[in-house]
Design a protein around this ligand. Structure first.
Ligand code: 13P
Ligand code: SF4
Length: 360
């Protein structure tokens, strides 16, 4: 494990006004050489400096389509890796806090995935077609590319799983079991044709005849979205039956089934933007985004589906002090926050990413 430098005390001591002034100065100084994409789950204090905001699919598109020399990625590590792979070799992608990982992406590493593939081939004679959520390491994306599989995001999951089902191979869906189960079920795959792979016990969990399996779900999940429960839904149905419930498909199967609607970050935002004034909503997704929707839509009555919900801790690591420190380091030509993916990994991972970008 490499050492990550601590934020210098100076940045903690600066006032918000001084930090914001410095951010604007560096933005003006670097001009077109600087591009700042930010995920919708970022804090307002950082998001206000973004050139583009978006969900993970939109941010992948924006990264690919811009020519800036420095890309300060306000999101989490796997998104910055993806941006590095989608941009030219001389473009530099930086992550303001190198500790901004993703607990879901951490639930699968390349050794576990290769072991799973071997086990399925040797014990069950199953040669899988892998699909990986973009919330995964570049090494896993490359594994998927080598096996002719594809990446996906919640924004195009139905298109990608539908494509994979048409290939008539057993799908290995990783690392989020919930997005895999919710999407495959929507597309007509019954639960009894879905198996689970437990990467800790290295076991395939399935009760029927193995030849009936159509999709194998990696036993991973998002530690933010798992906090929405059917008890939250039952409470609202009892107390406020006229409040519509919309959740992200990283929520569990039962939560998604019992909600009125579900969809990617983009779909949730669009649904709220198009909602009739005066309508009541409960949203099951990350709290920075829910709070922003509440603030921007005073004409609606919006609450979080879970009243005790908090923001994604790893997304929140990118705060204003780290952001300004990162900008200052660019000016000083210190590129210690750079995220790079080696050429061989990039070649294969791009094969999986290209399939995702072709089906939006
Ligand atoms: P999307 O941006 O694809 O909706 O994903 C949500 C998420 O959890 C990002 O980490
Ligand atoms: Fe990862 Fe969940 Fe945070 Fe998204 S919300 S970055 S999936 S932990």
């Amino acid at each position: 494990m490499f050492n990550i430098a601590q934020l210098p005390a100076k940045y903690r001591q600066m006032s918000v006004a001084a930090l914001e002034k410095r951010a604007l100065e560096v933005k003006a100084q670097l001009g077109k050489d600087l591009f700042i994409p930010a995920h919708h789950y970022q804090k307002d204090e950082v998001l206000k400096f973004a050139d583009k905001t978006g969900d993970s699919l939109e941010l992948a598109n924006y990264s690919r389509d811009n020519a800036a020399k420095y890309i300060v990625f306000c999101g989490v590590h796997f998104m910055a890796e993806t941006a590095d792979m989608l941009t030219a070799d001389d473009q530099i992608v930086l992550l303001p806090d190198l500790r901004a990982g993703c607990s879901m992406a951490d639930m699968a590493n390349i050794q576990q995935v290769e072991r799973c593939d071997r086990l399925l081939q040797e014990q069950y004679q199953i040669d899988v077609l892998p699909l990986t959520y973009v919330n995964s390491t570049a090494a896993i994306k490359a594994f998927v590319g080598r096996k002719n599989g594809a990446c996906l995001t919640s924004g195009n999951a139905h298109k990608m799983v539908s494509w994979a089902l048409s290939m008539n191979q057993v799908i290995l869906f990783l690392p989020d079991q919930h997005l895999g189960r919710n999407t495959a079920y929507d597309l007509g795959v019954p639960l009894d044709q879905m198996a689970i792979y437990d990467p800790i016990r290295q076991t395939l969990i399935y009760e029927g005849d193995v030849s009936d399996i159509r999709i194998i779900l990696w036993q991973g999940h998002c530690s933010v979205h798992e906090k929405f429960t059917t008890a939250n839904i039952e409470h609202l149905r009892r107390t406020e039956p006229d409040r519509r419930i919309i959740v992200h498909p990283e929520c569990s199967f039962d939560v998604v089934r019992q909600s009125d609607d579900n969809g990617s970050t983009r779909k949730i935002i669009q649904t709220i933007e198009n909602a009739a004034p005066g309508t009541k909503w409960a949203i099951g997704t990350e709290m920075n985004l829910v709070n922003r929707l509440i603030k921007h839509h005073p004409e609606l009555d919006i609450i979080s589906l879970n009243p005790y919900m908090c923001a994604c801790l790893t997304m929140n690591r990118i705060d204003l002090p780290h952001f300004v420190w990162c900008l200052d380091k660019i000016v000083a030509q210190d590129l210690s926050n750079q995220i790079t993916v080696d050429a061989e990994t990039t070649t294969y991972a791009l094969q999986a990413l290209d399939k995702m970008l072709q089906r939006q």
